[in-house]
Design a protein around this ligand. Structure first.
Ligand code: FAD
Ligand code: NAI
Length: 469
């Protein structure tokens, strides 16, 4: 029987980063992973059916949309033709390279990949059932649960993987739909809705709440919704789907106002169900070590420790934002704590990004949160329409907003909507990690001409000296 310092169950961003860090620190480590949706590759949801394939389609569809609708303005005349088979093939090829990359990193860091389904079989014991049904037993001083999450279901809407799909199905549709009905105006709905809208679909988004993207600063969400509406997305807010009936050619969806009123039936070629994700703990044997889950099924942790000694949990299966970089941060902190170091995650500074066009990115508190805390704050804003680089690139939509403490000037939140802001929010993550004041950013030289100058100008705005607008 193999003896390990750490066995990690799950090979997504939580699990594979934990395994690599453990290997780096000289721990004897194994990672149990069974692949996602019948696949046999490492990388979890993120690499196989999440972050990476969705970004591959977002990038390709944005290029297609630019060629069809924006190149002419730059003096480039083309008539693009969609080759969906090739678009999917390049996505699969990139994903394949990335998942192979994790295998390489495992070898480099002496991580044993135990292929199959892992089950905790009592304190310090893990059983792995391989594809051939053979069960092997392993022992470890520490077990890290990193089993991730699965799409949530909705009664009356059965995902058949054909006409009614979840995010995995929506990443691999065999044709560009003429119409797509999206249930849930969260991140998946708006990202994948954007992909298919750009490729020709009429997209209608039905959302339970009276706003889109809960958790996003309300002013940003309003601006974002306006922008997506201008692009042709239709929003039905304050509405719930009570049923969906698929036929060979499409789906009939029943929608009711949340506040009460008459139901209506909407027809669409395809339906994408994306109303959140649930922790994945099926068959994990949590009862063998006495771990209980919260009401929604999440494993509760304290600095990565579960209620069972020697058992840790990280990533989507635990409470908090379901994001790959949150899983990665928890992985590093958890393994460093196991190794006797001081692991720490700053939950106040986990950035969020929606990779649409425009992109939305933010970190720290929203205005609504600061108001609820009763914290006095100042606001600085700067529009991309006044930023020279955005202007020459014809990407002037959106703005940057910085929130800082009214007394100390410490930056409390940064909210960006505009061109490629995903690549810029890291500047504020670093500044805020060092507890910078808005004046620190305002007085830091930024390269010209770049969109990042808008971030500096917004910081200047906190003290009322924005110079370029
Ligand atoms: P997962 O990535 O879910 O990995 C868990 C792994 O454990 C899987 O391989 C699973 O098969 C395996 N497993 C489960 N149970 C067992 C078992 N008993 N035995 C063996 N193996 C098991 N996040 C971002 O930060 N940025 C994005 O752009 C982004 N885009 C996304 C797009 C989509 C469409 C989706 C669905 C998600 C996206 N996410 C994104 C979220 C991100 O994918 C997750 O937050 C992240 O993958 C969570 O990592 P994890 O390691 O906790 O779990
Ligand atoms: P989400 O939590 O982002 O959004 C779900 C939306 O569905 C919410 O607006 C919610 O109010 C709504 N909703 C819930 N029940 C509903 C109902 N019955 N009818 C209509 N609307 C309903 O969840 P989503 O989009 O499924 O994404 C899951 C997770 O994946 C997110 O937590 C996100 O963190 C992660 N993700 C992250 C990405 C990124 O970082 N760019 C990209 C894609 C996913």
């Amino acid at each position: 029987m193999a003896q390990y310092d750490v066995i990690i169950i799950g090979g997504g961003p939580g699990g594979y980063n934990a395994a690599i860090r453990a290997g780096q620190l000289g721990l004897r480590v194994a990672c149990v992973d069974k692949g996602v949706d019948g696949g046999a590759t490492l990388g979890g949801t993120c690499l196989n059916v999440g972050c990476m394939p969705s970004k591959a389609l977002l990038h390709a569809s944005e290029m297609y949309d630019a060629a069809a609708n924006h190149f002419a303005e730059l003096g480039i005349e083309v008539s693009p033709k969609l080759n969906l088979t090739q678009m999917m093939a390049q996505k699969a090829a990139s994903v394949g390279q990335l998942t192979k990359g994790i295998e390489f990193l495992f070898k480099k860091n002496k991580v044993d990949w135990l292929r199959g389904a892992g089950r905790i079989a009592g304190p310090g014991k893990v059983e792995v059932t391989g594809d051939d049904g053979k069960v092997t037993a392993h022992e470890a001083k520490n077990i890290v649960i990193a089993t991730g999450s699965l799409p949530s279901s909705l009664p009356g809407v059965e995902v058949d993987g054909n006409r009614i799909v979840d995010s995995t199905g929506a990443l691999s549709l065999a044709e560009a739909p003429k119409s797509l009905l999206v249930i849930g105006a969260g991140i998946i709905g708006l990202e994948l809705g954007s992909v298919w809208r750009r490729l020709g679909a009429q997209v209608t988004v039905v959302e339970f709440l009276d706003r889109i993207t809960p958790g996003m600063d309300a002013e940003m969400a309003k601006t974002f919704q306006r922008s997506l509406t201008k692009q042709g997305m239709v929003f039905k807010l304050g509405a719930k789907v009570t049923g969906a009936k698929a036929s060979k050619t499409g789906v009939a969806v029943t929608v009711e106002p949340v506040a009460g009123g008459a139901a209506e039936t909407l027809a669409a070629d395809y339906v994408l169900l994306c109303i959140g994700r649930r922790p994945y703990t099926d068959g994990l044997g949590l009862d063998t070590v006495g771990i209980t889950q919260d009401r929604r099924g999440f494993i509760e942790t304290d600095h990565g420790r579960t209620s069972a000694p020697g058992v840790w949990a990280i990533g989507d299966v635990t409470v908090g934002p379901m994001l790959a970089h949150k899983a990665e941060d928890e992985a590093v902190a958890c393994i460093e704590t196991i190794a006797g170091k001081a692991g720490h995650v700053n939950y106040g500074l986990i950035p969020s990004v929606v990779y649409t066009s425009p992109e939305v990115a933010w970190v720290g508190a929203t205005e609504e949160e600061l108001k609820a805390q009763g914290r006095a704050y100042k606001v600085g804003k700067f529009p991309f329409s006044a930023n020279s680089r955005a202007k020459i690139n014809h990407e002037t939509e959106g703005f940057a907003k910085v929130l800082a403490d009214a007394v100390t000037d410490e930056i409390l939140g940064a909210h960006l909507i505009g061109p490629q802001v995903s690549e810029m929010i890291g500047e504020y993550c670093v500044a805020m990690e060092f507890r910078a004041a808005s004046e620190d950013v305002a007085r830091t030289c930024h390269p010209h001409p770049t969109r990042s100058e808008a971030l500096r100008q917004a910081a200047m705005g906190v003290e009322g000296w924005t110079m370029q607008a």
